[in-house]
Design a protein around this ligand. Structure first.
Ligand SMILES: [Zn+2]
Length: 453
C-alpha cells in the first residue's frame, strides 16, 4: 500500500470519525466519480448547484455535474468569472448566497480551491446548509477547517462557519493543477513549522498551553509531509496525495482545537498583511500560500536568531503601549486595518505582573523550550531549499515585496492578531530590534545562507 494510504487510514479516517461536521473524505485517483453517490447519501434533496470559479470548473466541473446527474440530481451551476479573479471577501459570496436563499432545497457543491471553497463555506453557513467540497488543488489547508478566512470591510478575519460535510479530492485533478498552486499548498504547510514554534513560546510564557490532540496531529507528521518536495513539482501522485493529507490533517487540527492556533502564527500574520493590502505581483494578487511561504521564511530566520541566544538571565523593561500604538499607526496607515489592530493589540497586552511573570518563566525554562524547538523547527536555510524545490516562493523579492516593505510588514504583523507569537516574545524580551536587524540583513540578498548573527 502507498505510504499516503497508510497515513490516510492512520490519521485521516480517525479524524473524520471524530469530526463533528465532516462525514466523508475521499482522496483517490478518479474520486470525482464518487461525488454523486456521496452527495446522494448525505441529503434527501435531489437538486444540486455547483458553485465554482472558471479555473475550478475547467478542472473538474463537468465531471462533477455528470456524477451528480448520474445519482439522480437536477444540477444547476454558477461559475464566477476569472476576470477579475474572485476575491476572498464576504461581498464576493453574494451571488452564491442569493441562489441559496432563493431555494431552500438546493444542495451546494463547491468545485475549486481556496477562495471558492471559503465563499461557498460562508454562503452555506449563512443559509444553514451543509455542502460538499470538491478540491481542485492542494493549494491551502482550509478545505476541512471550520473557519472561512475572508475580508470583511477590508479586514481579513476568520469567520466562524462549518466545514464541508464531505470533501472529495481526485488525485488526477490535484496532480494536474498548475504547479504554482501546489507550491502554494506546500508554502501553507511549511508555515506550520514556525507556527509550532509560536505555540511553544506561548506555552513557555504561560499565554497558551499546547493540547494533546491538535499539536501531535500536525507537529508529529510535518517533517514527513514536507519531505521530498522535488516530486511535487513533477505532479507525482503519491507526493500530491501526501501534501493533500498533510493539509487536510491541519484542517482537522483547527476544528478539534477550535481555533487556527495549530496552523497559524507570525508566518500567517505577515502573510495576512500582504493579503489585506491586496499586494500583487504582475497584476495578480499574491496568493495565500505564496505569502505564507515568505512569512514562514521570515519567522524561521527569527527562530534561527532566537535559538542562538542565551535567555537564562533575560531581563527587560515592560514594553510601553503608547510607543507600540504609535508604531502601529505608522506601519499600518489604512484606518480600517489599524482600528482592528489596536483592539487586537490591547487584547493581548501584558500588564506589569504578567510581564514579570513571563520573563521569570523564560529564565526558568528556556533550555527545555529551546530543545523542543530544535527538534520541531526547520532551519531557515533548509526550508528555503525545500520551498524552492517545491516551486514555492521563498524570498520577499519572489513575491515583489521590497526590503522596506518587508520591514514594515514584520513590524506591523504582531499588531493584527491577539495571538501570541515570536514577534510578541521578542518585543517583550527587549530583543525585537536586534533580531529584526539581523534577520533583515540576512534576508536582504534573497538567500538565507550563513548564520543568523
Ligand atoms: Zn493558511
Amino acid at each position: 500500500m502507498s505510504a499516503w494510504k497508510v497515513q490516510f487510514d492512520a490519521l485521516i479516517a480517525p479524524a473524520v470519525a471524530k469530526s463533528a461536521v465532516t462525514e466523508r473524505l475521499i482522496i483517490d485517483r478518479g474520486a470525482i466519480a464518487h461525488v454523486g453517490p456521496a452527495t446522494a447519501a448525505l441529503t434527501d434533496t435531489r437538486k444540486a448547484i455547483v458553485f465554482a470559479d472558471q479555473a475550478g470548473f475547467d478542472a473538474a466541473g463537468s465531471a462533477v455535474c455528470d456524477s451528480l446527474r448520474a445519482s439522480g440530481f437536477a444540477v444547476d451551476q454558477l461559475v464566477l468569472t476569472n476576470d477579475p479573479l474572485p476575491k476572498a471577501s464576504v461581498d464576493e459570496a453574494a451571488p452564491f448566497l442569493s441562489r441559496l436563499k432563493a431555494d431552500a432545497f438546493l444542495f451546494p457543491v463547491s468545485v475549486g480551491s481556496g477562495v471558492i471553497n471559503d465563499l461557498v463555506k460562508f454562503a452555506a453557513f449563512e443559509t444553514d446548509r451543509r455542502y460538499v467540497s470538491v478540491a481542485t488543488a492542494a493549494s491551502m489547508d482550509g478545505y476541512t477547517s471550520a473557519g472561512a478566512p475572508l475580508a470583511r470591510d477590508g479586514f481579513k478575519v476568520t469567520i466562524p462557519t462549518r466545514a464541508p460535510v464531505a470533501l472529495v479530492a481526485d488525485l488526477d485533478v490535484i496532480a494536474n493543477a498548475p504547479a504554482e498552486m501546489t507550491g502554494w499548498g506546500y508554502g501553507d504547510l511549511a508555515g506550520k513549522s514556525p507556527a509550532g514554534g509560536d505555540w511553544l513560546l506561548a506555552e513557555l510564557v504561560g499565554a497558551e498551553a499546547r493540547d494533546d490532540t491538535a499539536w501531535p496531529l500536525v507537529q508529529d507528521h510535518l517533517r514527513d509531509w514536507l519531505s521530498g518536495p522535488e516530486a511535487l513539482a513533477t505532479g507525482d501522485f503519491d507526493a500530491c496525495a501526501r501534501l493533500f493529507i498533510g493539509l487536510t490533517a491541519v484542517g482537522f487540527a483547527m476544528e478539534f482545537h477550535g481555533t487556527s492556533r495549530p496552523a497559524s502564527g507570525a508566518d500567517h500574520q505577515i502573510a495576512h498583511m500582504w493579503e489585506m493590502e491586496g499586494h500583487s505581483i504582475n497584476g495578480i494578487k499574491v496568493s495565500h500560500g505564496a505569502a505564507v511561504a515568505v512569512g514562514c521564511m521570515v519567522s524561521l530566520a527569527l527562530y534561527d536568531w532566537l535559538l542562538a541566544q542565551d535567555l537564562s538571565r533575560i531581563t527587560a523593561p515592560a514594553p510601553d503601549i503608547d510607543t507600540s500604538l504609535a508604531e502601529l499607526a505608522r506601519v499600518i496607515p489604512d484606518p480600517r486595518i489599524a482600528d482592528r489592530a489596536v483592539a487586537e493589540t490591547r487584547a493581548k497586552w501584558p500588564d506589569l505582573p504578567t510581564h514579570k511573570d513571563r520573563l521569570a518563566r523564560v529564565r526558568a525554562h528556556w533550555p527545555k523550550t529551546r530543545d523542543l524547538m530544535q527538534q520541531h523547527l526547520f532551519r531557515a536555510q533548509e526550508m528555503q531549499s525545500m520551498l524552492m524545490a517545491a516551486g514555492a516562493p521563498s524570498t520577499a523579492a519572489d513575491i515583489g515585496v521590497s526590503s522596506d516593505h518587508l520591514e514594515r510588514t514584520i513590524r506591523a504583523a504582531a499588531y493584527i492578531r491577539s495571538r501570541y507569537t515570536i514577534l510578541d516574545f521578542l518585543k517583550e524580551a527587549g530583543l525585537f530590534e536586534d533580531a529584526l536587524s539581523a534577520v533583515l540583513a540576512r534576508l536582504k540578498g534573497g538567500s538565507v545562507k550563513g548564520a543568523a548573527e
